[in-house]
Design a protein around this ligand. Structure first.
Ligand SMILES: [Fe+2]
Length: 451
């Protein structure tokens, strides 16, 4: 059965504004191959674009927007021609023409492929295929994650996800849901927390993948802009599902932070805008439980703010650096902390730790060198001011993690979706944390030296 993912929707709307809106207009980047994977189902012109989230081994949530239709139904089954099961949900009225539907498909078998169609009255989606997560205790094979942050520009966000989709298919073939388990976003999914930007900067650019692969995210600072109560953020997401929460370890601040797992890989999702001691305490409880849990093999931390940033020093968060990172480092299972906020790519590793510290903030806008106060940090090995995404590949048997970073360039030059960095964590071996000497490692000048 062919993958029935729709090609990503158009941009439009939103954009601009904010201190980071420095995208050069009108520049042609890379050719966008947009029709290669248009499926038979997509040709039927269904307008609903489903978004998978909060996956477990037995369930997944399907969400989508309609302008008027109020039915929240998912028809699903083990064959695309026999969607014999029905799951019903509810909708949240964000605005008169913005109804957000959320349906949980439950009672599923682990590591099993299913097909579904989202239905709202006369409107429907194409038939999509997804795969449930593995049982953590028996999982094998690979866990792969696409990492993207700060997609707060509609055009470049779409280019980034188009490039990511092409690269994933190049690496793993067309049935991505069998090969890639998660899309991990680092917040600032919008430039301002208004509804039109949730569509143009998050859901539409993602729609070339979001019907097949679940997406999970954290809060950036831009989600608060023009929406300080986050009333346009939380109803979109299903982070408080008890089936999702690792070991029932919910925090005391609602859905601001949460932990979930993909097989034996645990993701700790934090809100770095709020420097709550309750969040730090909760993270300590999660890491402590996971460290003692033989069914958790890998631990990851994700929040919006980085520890430090070489090309805009004030981006660094003392809360992350001084409170969160030490908690994550307390377990040898912790492999990486990913953040966004800085609109570039960076990765480092403290000399006393094997935990990688990555900035994946190049999904939409770019903050260039020579624009803001800069500093060279010995524990940062790369700082590239280009649009990027990362593909993380964990081999559960070999106990290895390999991360590749790809780029489509920046406002000053075009890169054709090329590999610009890679690093790994192999259990039993310390990561190759090359220091960069007296100056930051910049792309492209230092590329050949370290690659
Ligand atoms: Fe930010």
């Amino acid at each position: 059965m062919k993958n029935s993912t729709q090609v990503g929707g158009g941009g439009g709307g939103g954009g601009g504004g904010g201190r980071r809106a420095r995208l050069a207009g009108g520049r042609r980047l890379i050719p966008i191959v947009s029709l290669l994977f248009l499926s038979h189902a997509a040709i039927q012109a269904q307008t609903i674009k489903p978004y998978l989230q909060s996956p477990t081994q037995h369930s997944v949530w399907v969400s989508w927007r309609t302008a008027a239709e109020t039915e929240s139904t998912v028809r699903w089954g083990s064959s695309p021609d026999a969607l014999t099961q029905t799951a019903s949900g509810s909708y949240h009225t964000f605005a008169a023409n913005y109804l957000w539907h959320s349906v949980k498909i439950a009672g599923l078998e682990p590591n099993t492929a299913y097909y579904y169609r989202a239905v709202s009255g006369a409107d429907s989606s194409a038939v999509f295929r997804f795969r449930t997560y593995q049982n953590p205790a028996t999982a094998n094979g690979h866990i792969r994650v696409l990492i993207v942050g700060d997609t707060q520009h509609p055009t470049t966000a779409q280019r980034t996800f188009q490039a990511a989709r092409e690269k994933l298919i190049e690496k793993y073939g067309p049935n991505l849901e069998d090969e890639v388990q998660l899309i991990l976003k680092q917040g600032d999914n919008v430039d301002a927390g208004v509804l039109s930007q949730y569509i143009s900067m998050h859901f539409d650019p993602l729609s070339n993948l979001s019907g097949n692969i679940p997406t999970m995210t954290v809060l950036g600072n831009h989600e608060y802009y023009q929406n300080s109560d986050l009333s346009f953020y939380f109803p979109h997401f299903e982070f408080d599902d008890p089936d999702l929460q690792y070991n029932g370890l919910a925090g005391t601040n609602g859905e601001h932070y949460y932990a979930f797992r993909a097989g034996p890989v645990l993701f700790c999702m934090l809100n770095s805008n709020e420097w709550w001691s309750s969040q730090t305490q909760w993270l300590g409880n999660v890491v402590s439980a996971a460290n003692a849990d033989p069914t958790v093999k890998w631990i990851f931390g994700t929040a919006h703010h980085p520890l430090r940033c070489e090309n805009w020093v004030s981006d660094g968060s003392a809360y992350i650096r001084d409170q969160i990172i030490p908690v994550l480092r307390a377990s040898e299972k912790t492999a990486m902390y990913t953040s966004g906020h800085s609109h570039m790519y960076a990765r480092g590793s403290n000399r006393d730790s094997s935990v990688w510290e990555v900035i994946s903030g190049g999904g939409g806008l770019i903050q260039n060198w020579n624009q803001n106060p800069e500093q060279n940090y010995p524990d940062v090995q790369r700082s590239f001011d280009v649009w990027t995404y990362q593909i993380m590949d964990i081999d559960l048997e070999a106990e290895t993690m390999d991360v590749e970073c790809y780029s489509i360039g920046n406002n000053d030059y075009v890169l054709d979706n090329v590999l610009i960095d890679r690093f790994h964590r192999y259990f039993g071996k310390k990561g190759p944390a090359q220091a960069c000497g007296a100056a930051p490692c910049r792309y492209p000048a230092d590329f050949a030296l370290y690659f």
